[in-house]
Write a protein that binds this ligand. Structure first.
Ligand code: S3P
Length: 443
């Protein structure tokens, strides 16, 4: 499917509640499946990725129903307990979802049955060695069918032992795979990350009574230690999932770059391991205020008010990268509309996402006439501020939801009457099925 975005030349106004957080939705499913009671989940993201997790858990005997709760739609999940998952009869299809595949590989390595994880063409190209290596150290029997460190993955479940793993990457998926396996392992599991990646797993495990500690080491690295448990406590009922800052990012950016705009984005998760985009936009001169700051189900939540601002270029690197990794494509779009140079460094892992996001962003920006230099670990963008004039262009989403949505935002800066065409725009269903209708509402 293609989508045409017209440069409308008018301001964005109004309010929006973005859909639930994708990372938290996956974890809410997997972890409540391992508890012994019922969990009602509110604010769940009905995106294709989270539906992949539902499909896999159902295949292992977990009952998950969508229903109308007293105050809106909710998911009702009946936990089977830590040792209650059933051997799947079919290949577990993770679709496009890296989080499903990597987190489940940790969980499944410790079960008393065998399983196979596979998914779509994109996920079968993505590196799984990053979870295979530490899990194998824990004693897991997990191998890549084609021997290339990619899916399909065959897992022969067995008893594991805790390890101390120094991860070369600040990756929440790797960390969470080890922590999930560690729930069943003998002894303590310890993960050291070069920087702190999103910590939703740690927060949720702690709330389920798992002994887990995190601390920053003297050299800036983060250490997480977890001890196994016999059973998990339950989540608060209902379990609320905040709005996804990675989805809010498109509207934050749109309001910042389109003159005259002002938007209120309600109920956005602002966990400090995820809010790097706010820090970067504010440092670029962006007018974003956080209102009604609160904690919901152990996660920071705010309403974000954003107004059009004159942005200037910046440098984004180091420990900031894991705090905004999924927002880098849309930040690159903002950088094209900012005055001066923006440099993105230390983000080589962007090439391993649903697409090679460094190449996809650079190719799209170039097609629009933006001056961009692609680098191995990022890019350099020469923004033109208010003088920016975009060409009409065709953008290939490469089947990557974040590429499609980032360029949709930039399309708003086409001259009135001109448009940008996004090929394969239906991939937005992965994380934000209503993106284009929400976009219409406020644009
Ligand atoms: C995620 C972690 C990040 C992120 C992905 C979701 C998660 O990946 O890019 O979209 O839910 O744990 P990495 O952990 O591989 O950096």
């Amino acid at each position: 499917m293609d989508q045409k975005i017209y440069g409308k030349g008018r301001a964005l106004r109004g309010e929006l509640t973005v859909p639930g957080d994708k990372s938290i939705s996956h974890r809410a499913l997997m972890l409540s499946a391992l508890t012994e009671g019922e969990t009602r989940i509110r604010g769940f993201l009905y995106g294709a990725d989270c539906i992949s997790t539902i499909r896999c858990l159902r295949e292992m005997g977990v009952s998950i129903e969508s229903r109308e709760g007293e105050s809106g739609p909710e998911l009702l999940l009946r936990g089977v307990g830590l040792r209650g998952l059933r051997a799947p009869e079919r290949i577990l299809d993770c679709g496009n979802s890296g989080t499903t595949m990597r987190l489940l590989s940790g969980l499944l390595s410790a079960q008393r049955f065998d399983s196979v994880l596979s998914g779509d063409e994109s996920i079968r190209r993505r590196p799984m060695g990053r979870v295979i290596r530490p899990l194998t150290e824990m004693g897991a029997d997990i191998f890549s069918e084609r021997g290339d460190g990619r899916a399909p993955l065959h897992i022969h479940g067995r008893a594991l032992r805790g390890i101390s793993y120094e991860s070369p990457l600040a990756s929440a998926q790797v960390k969470s795979a080890i922590l999930l396996a560690g729930l069943y392992a003998e002894g303590e599991s310890r993960v050291i990350e070069p920087g702190l990646s999103r910590d939703h797993s740690e927060r949720m495990l702690r709330s389920l009574g798992v002994p887990i500690e995190s601390r920053t080491l003297f050299d800036g690295r983060t250490e997480i230690r977890l001890r196994p448990v016999e059973r998990l406590a339950s989540f608060p009922n209902p379990l609320f999932i905040p709005g996804d800052i990675s989805s809010a990012a498109y509207f934050l950016t749109a309001a910042l770059i389109v003159p005259g705009s002002e938007l209120l984005l309600r109920n956005v998760g602002t966990n400090p391991t995820r809010d790097g985009i706010l820090e970067v936009y504010r440092s670029m001169g962006g007018d974003i205020s956080s209102e009604r700051n609160r904690i919901i189900a152990g996660e920071e939540v705010s309403d974000l008010r954003v107004r059009h601002s004159k942005l200037h270029g910046t440098t984004i690197s180091g420990a900031l990268i894991p705090r905004l990794i999924d927002e880098l494509p849309v930040i690159a779009a903002a950088a094209a509309a900012a005055e001066g140079e923006t440099l993105i460094k230390d983000a080589a892992d962007l090439r391993q996402k649903e697409s090679d996001r460094i190449s996809a962003v650079a190719e799209g920006l170039r097609a629009l006439g933006v001056s961009v230099e692609e680098r191995e670990d990022g890019m350099r963008i020469l923004g033109q501020g208010e003088k920016l004039s975009l060409r009409e262009a065709e953008i290939d989403s490469r089947g990557d939801h974040r590429i499609a949505m980032s360029f949709a935002v930039l399309g708003l800066l086409e001259e009135p009457g001109s448009f940008l065409r996004i090929h394969g725009s239906d991939c937005i269903r992965i994380s934000y099925p209503d993106f284009f209708s929400d976009f219409e509402k406020i644009c």
